[in-house]
Each structure stands twice: as C-alpha cells, then as structure tokens.
Design a protein around this ligand. Structure first.
Ligand code: MRU
Length: 343
C-alpha cells in the first residue's frame, strides 16, 4: 500500500450532517456513513462503526445537535441525551460529551436550542483536536529515549480528535527522532490493532510489526520494546485506568520487565466522579465476537463465551498519565485531581 501521510479525519461535520468512516469495514473498504440524528448515531456507536473514547463523544455531541435541529424541543433533548449516553457504558467521554451539549442547549432559549447545541458540539470537537496535539508533545517528552513502542488497540486518528492519543505520542516521537518503530498488538477479539492501527501506520509510513496479543509479554521480557503506550477509556479519580481488554496484561508484563507503561488520553477521559477502577462499568459485548472470526465459527456451536470489551489497570502499574494539560507521573488521587483542575 502506498504511504500517505495526510491526516485521517474519521468524523467530519459539514454543518448539517456527520460523515463517519465505517471502521467495521476497514482495512478492506473505505465506506463513509452519513448520520442524521440520535438514532443512527447511537447505532453507529454501538456497532463500532465509530469508536475510540474521544470519537464516540464527538459523534454523540453531533448526534444530539442533529436531533435538536430536526426536533427542537425539551422532550427530544432528554430522549436523545439518554439514548446517546447509553450507547456504550465504559468510555466516560460519551456521557460527558452528551452532558456538555445538553447543558449548552438548556442554557439557550427554546428558539436557539439547536444552534446552541451545534455550536457546543463544534467547540467540543475543536477541543479534542487541540488536546491530541498537546498531549502528543507531552508524551514524546516523557518517552524521549524510547524507540520501539508496544501498543494495544487503536489510539490514532480513527479513535480521537487530531492525530490520536497513544498513537499521536508515537507519531510525535517519530517526528523528533530517527528509528522509532511500533509493535502493534492485534487486539482480540475485534482486531482494532490488526485492522486499524496497521492501516494507520501503513498510511503514515511508520515502521511496525503486528503481533498476537499473547506475544507481547515475552517480547517485553526479552527487551524487544522500550516502553508500552496505550490510550484510555476512563481514568478513575485514584488513577486506575480502563482501556481495551488485554491492556492490564501488558501493564503487568511491562512492570515485570522494568519498562515504562504510559497511558495517554485527553482530560475528557478523566472521571473524578468514579472513585476507582472497580466502580467503572465494563462493557460486555456479544459472545459471537469471540466465538466467530469474520462471521466464521471458530469454536464448537454453543460454546459459552465471556466477552468483556475492557479491563482495568491499577494506578500502581501506570508510569505516567499523559494528558493535554500535562503529565501525572505515578498517578494517584492528588495528581489526577490536580491535572483535571489545570486550565
Ligand atoms: O472498543 P473500542 O475500539 O472503542 O475501544 C477503544 C479503546 O479501548 C482505545 O484504546 C481507547 O478508546 C483509547 S483511544 C483514544
């Protein structure tokens, strides 16, 4: 595939409609969906056509704004807010973005409900774009001596505003130093690493190798990476972090190998109302995502399945939490609160 360094913008607002790149079809096809309201936006979020913590917040913000353009009433505001916030439970960005747009709409008069919601959704989108650039710079400072980075899931422009969270840190590192390369975990069961991170890194021309998730610990132990960088879906008040299932195992392996485990995400992912990781709701998805691959059964019919989509890494395993407002090293309740309070 030809290398194309143009930034991907997977969520595009034209002032009326939201176009999203359908991530269930990548890497084979680039299919764009045109979303028009709360129902189809919630559905696109649920089936991961649009995904990644910041991007589902951005999409939901526009979903609510589009719904209010079609039905500018308090009833529609409440029903659409509930529908969109409930589309997925783990990433706090979703409910937080909907709450932000709802508050802006409620603060406007009935005649400006929809325009206030649209303006707030656009501000939120711009904030996420700016956060990505700022956190990338902070993360590259933290990882200045690292060259081979192991990462999990997809944390690039497909998942966030701007160029990503974890992947934006890696891209900034590559812009500053020669020899940066990536070990990308495939990320069972939905293969966000194999399908999406590999697609982004190929377009960007960053050298990488795809590995099965189970290879990560052994490669880290052998010193084949210098650090692990991941994104996050919710950071609890005490610094515990929820991210794509499999992340906790990488954190344990990094600690055992004496390597930094860095979590990158915008402050919109910090949830001070959730005291710790045990209080984070972990999304359980359809068992068929595990027992089938590309629609083909890979387990005997009727095999019982558990499919938690995320796991929690305790704060004690996190070397640094990198946000657009700065970095909390060895994050704890005090440093997470201080980061969240920074302007
Ligand atoms: O289920 P997904 O693909 O939405 O999960 C995404 C992740 O877990 C990412 O690592 C996370 O959202 C951080 S990317 C900004």
């Amino acid at each position: 595939m030809a290398v194309d360094a143009a930034p991907i913008q997977a969520v595009r607002w034209d002032g009326r409609r939201l176009a999203v790149l359908d991530q269930t079809r990548l890497p084979h096809e680039e299919v764009w969906l045109s979303l028009t309201g709360a129902q189809d936006t919630a559905q696109a979020i649920r089936r991961l056509a649009v995904r990644g913590a910041p991007n589902i917040g951005i999409a939901a913000a526009y979903g609510l704004a589009m719904e209010l353009s079609a039905r500018p009433s308090l009833g529609a505001l409440e029903a659409a807010s509930e529908l969109l916030s409930g589309a997925r439970p783990t990433a706090v960005n979703l409910a937080a973005a909907v709450a932000r747009v709802r508050t802006a709409a409620l603060g406007a008069g009935p005649s400006t409900l929809a325009s206030a919601a649209r303006a707030e959704a656009q501000r939120l989108h711009a904030d996420e774009d700016a956060a990505s650039a700022a956190l990338a710079a902070h993360g590259a400072d933290v990882l200045a001596s690292a060259r081979t980075i192991l990462t999990h899931c997809n944390t690039g422009a497909l998942a966030t505003g701007g160029r990503g969270s974890g992947l934006a840190v890696i891209l900034e590192l590559a812009a500053r130093h020669e020899g940066v390369r990536v070990l990308a975990c495939e990320t069972r069961p939905l293969l966000q690493g194999a399908r999406l991170t590999a697609w982004e890194l190929t377009r960007l021309g960053i050298p990488f190798a795809l590995i099965v998730d189970g290879a990560a610990a052994g490669l880290l132990r052998r010193g084949e990476a210098d650090a692990v960088v991941v994104g996050c879906d919710r950071v609890a008040a005490n610094g515990d972090v929820a991210n794509k299932v499999g992340t906790y195992a990488h954190a344990l392996a990094a600690r055992a190998a004496g390597l930094p485990f860095v979590v990158a995400g915008p402050t919109s992912t910090i949830d001070l109302a959730t005291p710790d990781g045990d209080a984070i709701e972990i999304e359980e998805r359809d068992g068929a995502e595990v027992s089938e691959l590309g629609g083909v059964a890979i387990a005997p019919a009727g095999t019982p399945v558990r499919n938690p989509a995320f796991d929690v890494t305790p704060a004690g395993l996190v070397t640094a939490l990198v946000t657009e407002r700065g970095v909390a090293r060895d994050p704890d309740t005090a440093s997470v609160a201080a980061l969240a309070a920074r302007p």
